[in-house]
Design a binder for this molecule. Structure first.
Ligand code: NAD
Length: 418
């Protein structure tokens, strides 16, 4: 499948191959379970504020259709490419299966830089991209959600564009919408809160006290900011955070109220006076108890894996650790990894709740959402830890094994048509 050639896709395939060996999956089955079912590439022509027309490449990859519609985020970032989107779609499949959701994985995105675009330009990209993929999405086909560079507003525009074409409101076509358009209470916070909840479970598992712990978070976006703030509420001292422009360090803990006020004004963490500046590379190597990469893929590599100084690596981002780095981490028994498909699963779990609420037009309280979310994450964590201990696997291999085995079994039970 050379069309997906990309370092992140190679990484997802390498992980899959290791798990297929662990599961002793027959060779004949591997290709069917591994590669995406279908992908759509579209050209998105958009009139810029200058009057010029620019064409942006857009992608949507649906990994498997065995268990229900597909589900996954939409990324707006300059590096978005088919292979990256395909890898993220594969991970979504294993994540949904690990948490028992009735979905296959999907992912999509547009190669553009929202930081250099006006709001009007982002809206026109979103609407035209949605229009181009209309035959490919729908409440029973594929349900997009926010990811890097997209948010509730992006989902509102997607829902509006899709609904306009249908002639009636279809809130269940996307999740992560504003609550007053059929979004779920707790969805915006779900991924970050889930990360912090699982950090709590990992601390318990290795016998550490949150009140004595420090945390460092890379990427102060949706996932990173909510995770950092919940970790602080849970008693940890959060000593460093960062965004694409750089990081901030304060050994006494960061003041998030002041940082958020600074961000609202400047749209970057840089220049915040309540901390010292540090680089993103330095941030990953800080001595801390909990390290949360919550930005992009492949930041923990064979170059820095041996130098990381945390006790828990909580992967808020998708694919932050390369397979070479994994080999190094595996030899270090001082680091407990909460792998991405478990650690950041809170987002898709509450997206599933949002979809269910939209289909029923019956909405739940935030307490109900959070209670159901934590039960699912708790069960997934317990199953993964039990399997890791019983089979002597890393937490990543255990989580992937549970997810991949469920997808393979579902395919086996449905059989092959014709
Ligand atoms: P976001 O766009 O809200 O935030 C991303 C953050 O990362 C921003 O602060 C950005 O400045 C920073 N960043 C970007 N490039 C960086 C770099 N090179 N170095 C350091 N920081 C950088 O995105 P998000 O929704 O918070 O997603 C973050 C990660 O979490 C992604 O890997 C995404 O796939 C994953 N994830 C998101 C969700 C969700 O619900 N939003 C769910 C599961 C997983």
């Amino acid at each position: 499948m050379d069309i997906y050639k990309h370092p992140t896709f190679d990484m997802a395939c390498e992980q899959f191959d290791l798990v297929a060996d662990i599961l002793q999956m027959p060779q004949s089955e591997r290709v069917r379970v591994k590669f995406p079912k279908r992908s759509l590439i579209v050209a998105v022509p958009v009139r810029m504020d200058s009057g010029e027309v620019k064409v942006f490449p857009g992608y949507r990859v649906q990994h498997h259709l065995t268990l229900g519609p597909t589900k996954g985020g939409m990324r707006f970032h300059p590096d978005v490419a088919l292979g990256e989107v395909a890898a993220l779609a594969m991970w979504m499949s294993w994540k949904c299966a690990l948490t028992g959701l009735p979905y296959g994985g999907a992912k999509g995105g547009v190669a553009c830089n929202p930081r250099t675009l006006s709001l009007g330009e982002v809206e026109r990209i979103t609407r035209r991209f949605t229009q181009e993929i209309i035959p490919f999405i729908g409440p029973q086909i594929d349900i997009p959600a926010p990811d890097v560079g997209t948010n509730e507003q992006t989902m509102a525009w997607m829902m509006d564009t899709f609904s306009t074409y249908q002639g009636h409101a279809v809130p269940s076509v996307v999740t992560g919408k504003p609550v007053d358009l059929g979004g779920s209470l707790g969805r915006r916070e779900a991924t970050g809160r889930g990360v912090a909840f699982l950090v709590g479970r990992a601390l318990q598992a290795i016998g550490m006290d949150a009140a004595q712990c420090t945390a460092v978070v890379q990427g102060y976006g949706n996932v990173g900011s909510i995770a950092a703030q919940k970790l602080a509420r849970d008693g940890l001292k959060v000593i460093a955070v960062s965004d694409v422009d750089g990081g901030l360090y304060n050994a006494n803990g960061l003041d998030f109220e002041k940082l958020d006020a600074h961000l609202a004004q400047h749209r970057t963490v840089l220049g915040f006076t309540g901390a010292e500046p540090i680089s993103n590379e330095q941030l990953l190597l800080l001595k801390c108890d909990v390290l949360v990469p919550a930005a992009l893929e492949r930041v923990i590599t064979k170059e820095n894996a041996a130098k990381i100084q945390c006790r828990i690596l909580a992967e808020g981002a998708n694919g932050p650790t390369t397979p070479e780095a994994d080999v190094i981490l595996q030899k270090r028994d001082d680091i407990f990894v909460i792998p991405d498909i478990l650690c950041n699963a809170g987002g898709v779990v509450v997206s599933y709740f949002e979809w269910v609420q939209d289909l029923q037009s019956f909405f739940w309280s935030e307490a109900e959402v959070m209670d159901k979310l934590y039960r699912i994450l708790d069960a997934a964590f317990a199953q993964t830890l039990a399997m890791a201990r019983k089979e002597k696997l890393t937490m990543r291999m255990a989580a992937l094994s549970i997810g991949i085995r469920r997808v393979a079994e579902a395919k086996r039970k449905r059989g092959l048509f014709p």
